[in-house]
Design a protein around this ligand. Structure first.
Ligand code: FAD
Length: 406
């Protein structure tokens, strides 16, 4: 028998079809059995969509196909901000895509945050509502003299649409000018500060795991290490080819691959954008808690206990950060470290040890609205989360479910 090894190899080489592994009868009737819905991508969007579908119709046979051994997009590799947009970012978005589009996107993000807190216990996902801040430097792109006017404009426009909690019959404002707090927080070179009490922070991978467990408990199947290579829609549904032994048939297919969307559907307006992060060792007497944005959201940081998590600086090297590579780059990491020492930590602070550095892949495009569409009969997509998928995913899921049959 032992000698059979090389003979087997030779025959396999000469006649590849002879030795193709076949699936068993039992596998055929379970893992490979025809599905009602197949979702590609086990990130927030894929999982929230499975969650919505299975709660609407518990009879549905749903499978999520995920290329990684664990979810391998941005959902477990982000900064865990539960945010909906800072003042300068939203003012920029009005210019980029108009007031109505900005409003619609912010409402989706705000409602998404409410949905997360409704479905999961805060302790399950380490949800803390410390609030979100935006920092402004005197000589920055944003004209600080406009801050109060912009805050008033956004509060008037957004509060009734988002329906913030009411006090004395009036919706609470979303943003306030908290410049007076800068000294207490210890920042350098910062001249103005805006604050929103409605933003929070969480442990992103705990949210992914909680969603995974919630959908699996309802019978949703998740196949990891399964990469979709191509799909073909036909009269009865869609045939999906993966790296597995047999194709999978489904009535409907949903693509939730965000930054990787072009790999399966080249015509989509989604480009990958790498986001890089670093985390320090604990910093004794770290002066702040909360999530912080700077430079229209291109820099962001938060506390994780008494450690600092800092990310961004993609605008320092746009060209090379348009990638799905999960390496970190020296240029961006050095820029983040310089930002930490020159802006975040009090003057004269000792440089903390950097304990972790990582990156993840976001999905960006010409505007910051998600693409929620039927691409061809029975094939849908929900992609382009524009760097804010934590908040927006639950509502993107509800919207794509409205398009699908269930
Ligand atoms: C460093 C960083 C920091 C961020 N910080 C924040 C933040 O603080 N707050 C916030 O709201 N957002 C943040 N984001 C963005 C947020 O993480 C994303 O918007 C969100 O995770 C997108 O979720 P998704 O489900 O659309 O995509 P993903 O989580 O990327 O999931 C897509 C999945 O599809 C899989 N896949 C791809 N192709 C295939 C294929 N052919 N076959 C099978 N599977 C496939 C991938 O492996 C992946 O798991 C950050 C992103 C990064 C990178």
């Amino acid at each position: 028998m032992e000698h059979f090894g090389w003979v087997h190899c030779l025959l396999g080489y000469l006649y590849p079809k002879l030795f193709v592994m076949a699936i068993s009868l039992w596998e055929q009737s379970t893992y490979y059995a025809p599905k009602d819905v197949v979702i590609i991508g086990c990130g927030f969007v894929g999982l929230w969509t499975a969650y919505e579908l299975i709660h609407k119709n518990p009879q549905l046979k749903i499978t999520i196909l995920e290329r990684g051994v664990i979810p391998s997009g941005a959902s477990t590799r982000n900064a865990g901000f539960s945010c909906f947009g800072s003042v300068s970012e939203l003012m920029y978005d009005v210019q980029l895509m108009g007031e109505a589009n900005m409003l619609e996107t912010v409402k989706m993000r705000y409602d998404g945050l409410q949905r997360i807190q409704k479905v999961f216990e805060k302790t399950t996902i380490d949800y803390d509502e410390f609030g979100g801040y935006e920092l402004f430097e005197e000589a920055g792109k944003y004209d600080i003299s406009k801050l109060d006017k912009d805050i008033a404009y956004l509060n008037k426009l957004l509060a009734p649409v988002l329906k913030t909690p009411k006090k004395n019959g009036k919706y609470l404002p979303i943003y306030s000018n908290e410049t007076k707090q800068i000294k207490k927080l210890g920042f350098q070179k910062i001249s103005a500060l805006a604050f929103s009490p409605f933003e929070g922070q969480l442990n992103a991978a705990k949210l992914v795991l909680a969603l995974q467990q919630a959908v699996q408990a309802k019978g949703v199947q998740i196949l990891f290490n399964t990469e979709v290579k191509k799909f073909k829609s036909h009269k009865k549904g869609v045939t999906i080819k993966t790296n597995l032994e047999a194709p999978i048939e489904t009535k409907q297919l949903l693509i939730c691959t965000n930054g990787f969307a072009k790999q399966l559907v080249p015509s989509l307006d989604v480009v990958p954008a790498r986001g890089q992060v670093l985390v320090t060792a604990p910093i004794p007497n770290l002066k702040f808690k909360g999530t912080f944005h700077f430079d229209e959201g291109f820099y962001y940081f938060r506390n994780v206990g008494n450690r600092l998590l800092l990310g961004g600086a993609r605008n320092k090297d746009f060209k090379n950060e348009k990638t799905t590579s999960l390496e970190t780059s020296k240029l961006i990491q050095k820029t983040l470290e310089a930002f930490m020492m020159n802006f975040i930590l009090p003057k004269g602070s000792k440089k903390p040890k950097i304990e972790l550095r990582w990156s993840g892949t976001m999905g960006m495009g010409s505007i910051k609205k998600p693409i929620i569409q039927e691409l061809q009969p029975n094939v849908y997509c929900a992609v382009r989360m524009s760097g804010m998928g934590v908040a927006i995913a639950p509502i993107v899921a509800q919207k794509v479910v409205q398009l699908m049959k269930h």
